[in-house]
Design a protein around this ligand. Sequence first.
Ligand code: C2E
Ligand code: MG
Ligand code: MG
Ligand code: MG
Length: 289
Amino acid sequence: HADLAMYAAKAAGRQTVYFFDKSLRYAAEQHISLHHDMLTGVENDEFEVFYQPVVDAATGKVAKCEALLRWQHPSHGAIPPTQFIPVAEKTGAIRVLGEFVLTQVSRDWQRLQAAGFDLIISMNRSPREFNLADSADLWLARLAEEQMPPAKLMIEITESMLMKNQERQLVNLRKLRNAGVLIAIDDFGTGYSSLNYLRRYPVDFIKIDRSFLLEVPANKQQNALLDALIRIAQTLNLNIIAEGVENQEQVALLKQLQCNYLQGFLFSKPVPFAELLKFLQQQTDTVTG
Ligand code: C2E
Ligand code: MG
Ligand code: MG
Ligand code: MG
């Protein structure tokens, strides 16, 4: 596990590894066992893809949904993605998880189509998943196999990936976008935020991080900041999704600022596929009376 040793060394701020101290060894061992548990967990059906609806601000109708991974560990219970994704990114298990999510997403997309709902599904992708020379080819082949049109898939990446300017990652990103896959910048505004990369790189959507909504609309400075972020995106002809929408006051302000899409607990938390379908059917009933 040379990878883990290097990681432990980096975490400790050293350049080379000659020994582990006890806590580092403990962290590395934990990562090794989590890594193993994630791989067997995929085989044993412990992972499930949940979906959170994304609403069109103008019509109030669901236009997209985001796939969010859930893990029910056999002995530790539910482990949130904020805990296992960072480990999976370091150990490489993220590629297996990503493959699982993409397959599930394309099959669920088919089921939505069959039920009469034409949605775009977005999924999160970590930088490491773009590192293989043929990452994009593999994903596009999987989409073709499952007969999901690339234009119905959106991939969410973070600003930090574009900032690092890794040639191979960018080549894969461009290949996906040329095939029609939509690209979104997730957690926009929380990274390094050099705005130049937005002009240079292939991006369709930005997702404004929910930290920008926390004190809206009570805090005038926060409102102005939100306004500025949305204007930047509009200037660059990017579509905007606001994350973490929890109340009607936020909806009113976001609509006034002409934010395109809204996502948050106010509409729905992430739910299993069956509940997403119910949510969509109820919405249709309401609209058609
Ligand atoms: P994210 O992509 O920014 O996803 C949004 C997170 O915000 C989700 O947390 C969601 O449940 C939460 N959220 C949505 N609306 C609200 C709201 O109104 N209020 C609050 N307080 N929270 C809200 P979750 O599902 O725990 O996921 C956390 C992060 O884990 C994701 O952040 C994403 O970075 C990562 N992640 C999840 N699934 C995957 C995956 O399949 N692959 C990869 N690479 N990362 C994933
Ligand atoms: Mg996301
Ligand atoms: Mg986000
Ligand atoms: Mg995030």
